[in-house]
Design a binder for this molecule. Structure first.
Ligand SMILES: [Zn+2]
Length: 605
């Protein structure tokens, strides 16, 4: 495709007209300002903003910088009470939720430990229920906090990839997660976002064909008198057809190196909005719409996230405002229009580029024709409806929210080529689509001895089809039933191998019995860790589990110190010492149990 030189003076005039009235409009006036304090003892500084673009989700909070350190005090953002405690070996790790009288909830994740009476309450709960991980919702206020109270110490627990505090503000009733910046929690930032590329798409029944790329650089744009406002040197010439646009854009925050989500971006056509996306708030279960928000196949291939400026039929993410064509643009022959692309961050820093478009006569698009030929006769899943594949030995069921667009797929069955496959291998495949909601999947295994039926589960192949992973599931009524979170190759297999347990010494003092913890590494080969428990001379002990490091930790508590005291006493009285023995029992998700007893060193002064 070509660009046409056009009359610059005319476009400049239009540019000025179009710019008037399009300064970013932030919605902070609806939210209390200065009510919530920054929960750390520093100025706001982010490693990752609200709504950052991540694998399979939008970041649902702000990640607050702790300078690669753990153990910084985390303060209650406002007066309120503890409304929920959730401890997981993955996800937010050690998290705490506070409800505030103004109708909002604050959430603090990846803590190293909790403080004061909160910590006491938690330890009691854990010993009473003999569990490290739990999710407890308080029916009434028991643990009250004042703004600025220390509720815990910052850490790196759960699925965190480095020390930081994950911070959220939610609407207590709707549980929608709101951009904390709307409450005034805004880091210092004078850097403009940028648009690096503009992409032009047209449409085929199951998605997009990338038609053109407009690189935004010194060769293609001119700076106008207004800082951050640019105008494209040449008009974009488009054959008459329906188009959609996408942008590769980045926001920069001082000192931040993370995923750089854009707070807001929009397109106007001759001054009228046709698409606008604003990250003010969204529901937790919407965050997977990231895969419809970006050009997913392009991301899969290049790791570059192009944010689309139009909305797929199955994309119900609530952050968009669009024209009747859902952000698409119908280009007709002789059309002379102005598109204005604007990206804006929370500090009113923006980048605006005006792209004139010129419609020309439509032409035969060879690529599109070839594509249409390639999908002819293929089976498809459709958005906003239930889709099912059912045979005598196989079921694959998608609910109405599973796909964003029509998905043509290959379906087939393969003979098991590998020892562990205990069924036919079923292929439900589309290389470029993702599932918003996991499919129900059921596969009939070959005949299996009764005593092994509870060891059966589903597996899927990785890309090269050499290696495979567990997809979980259970044997029920002749089928192994489970969930498929992606398209792929699925089959039944079996897990009969128990996890492994070993003691780990992180520092030399531990080996001498003079430390504050014992560490154990636990691993499972296939179905994953299901349950873990520890006993000190028969008494249940609390073990922290960190799934990312496979590490169980026993932090010495009163059970240990009691034993030590008892032994000191025995020594004085010259009676028998009770050797501390720690029994660790780990069960995988298929009920394979490993058990090991360790005799612990004990130090007396
Ligand atoms: Zn986070």
């Amino acid at each position: 495709m070509h660009f046409k030189i056009f009359n610059m003076a005319k476009w400049r005039l239009l540019l000025i007209l179009v710019f008037i009235g399009f300064l970013p409009q932030l919605n902070a006036q609806n939210y209390p300002q200065n009510y919530f304090r920054y929960p750390l003892d520093s100025l706001p500084s982010l490693v990752s903003p609200f709504g950052g673009l991540r694998d399979n989700h939008f970041h649902s909070g702000m990640d607050l910088r702790t300078n690669q350190r753990e153990g910084l005090p985390v303060f209650a953002s406002a007066d309120g009470y503890v409304s929920r405690i959730k401890i997981q070996s993955i996800g937010y790790g050690k998290a705490i939720y506070l409800d505030h009288p103004n109708g909002y909830t604050t959430v603090y994740g990846h803590l190293q430990k909790y403080s004061g009476k909160i910590a006491e309450w938690i330890q009691n709960y854990q010993y009473k229920n003999q569990t490290f991980e739990f999710d407890y919702v308080f029916e009434k206020p028991i643990l009250l906090v004042k703004k600025g109270d220390t509720i815990g110490l910052s850490g790196n627990s759960g699925g965190s990839s480095g020390p930081h505090v994950h911070f959220e503000i939610r609407n207590t009733k709707s549980e929608k997660i709101i951009n904390p910046a709307l409450f005034g929690i805004i880091p210092f930032d004078t850097l403009n976002p940028i648009i690096k590329n503009v992409f032009v798409y047209n449409f085929v029944p199951d998605g997009l064909l990338l038609k053109q790329e407009l690189k935004i650089n010194h060769q293609t744009i001119i700076q106008t008198k207004i800082p951050g406002y640019f105008i494209c040197k040449k008009a974009l010439e488009l054959p008459a057809e329906m188009y959609g646009f996408g942008i590769e854009a980045y926001d920069y925050i001082h000192n931040s190196i993370d995923e750089k989500g854009i707070y807001e971006y929009d397109i106007t056509q001759n001054g009228k909005y046709i698409f606008k996306h604003t990250l003010n708030q969204f529901a937790f279960d919407e965050s997977k719409y990231i895969n419809a928000h970006i050009d997913y196949p392009f991301y899969k291939a290049s790791k570059i996230r192009i944010q689309k400026c139009f909305v797929d039929d199955g994309n119900e993410f609530s952050t968009y405002q669009t024209n009747a064509l859902k952000g698409k643009i119908l280009v007709t022959k002789n059309l002379r229009d102005t598109l204005l692309f604007t990206v804006t961050d929370f500090n009113y820093n923006s980048f605006v580029v005006l792209v004139p478009i010129v419609g020309v006569a439509g032409k035969i698009d060879k690529e599109k024709q070839d594509y249409l030929k390639s999908i002819k006769g293929k089976k498809a899943f459709y958005p906003l409806k239930k889709n099912t594949i059912k045979t005598k030995d196989f079921l694959f069921e998608l609910d109405s929210k599973s796909v964003y667009d029509t998905v043509f797929y290959d379906f087939g069955s393969l003979k098991p080529i590998q020892e562990p496959a205990l069924s036919t291998i079923y292929k439900v495949f589309n290389p470029t689509s993702s599932l918003h909601k996991a499919a129900n999947i059921a596969i009939k295994p070959f005949s299996v001895y009764l005593e092994y039926q509870n060891k059966l589960l589903l597996a899927y192949y990785l890309k090269d089809r050499k290696d495979f992973r567990s997809a979980g599931g259970n044997f029920e009524n002749g089928f192994v039933r489970g969930k498929a979170s992606n398209f792929g190759h699925y089959f039944v297999t079996m897990d009969t191998i128990a996890p492994t347990i070993k003691q780990v010494f992180i520092n030399t003092e531990e080996a001498l019995g003079d430390s504050l913890h014992f560490y154990f590494e636990i691993k499972d080969n296939f179905s994953g860790i299901g349950k873990y428990e520890g006993y000190l001379n028969g008494e249940w002990i609390l073990l922290d589990f960190d799934a990312k490091s496979n590490m169980l930790t026993y932090h010495f508590d009163k059970i240990w110190y009691n034993l030590v005291a008892q032994n000191k006493d025995s020594k004085l009285k010259n009676t028998a010492i009770i050797k501390p023995e720690v029994l660790i029992r780990v069960t995988d998700k298929k009920g394979n149990v490993a058990e090991k007893t360790f005799t612990m060193p004990i130090a007396f002064e």
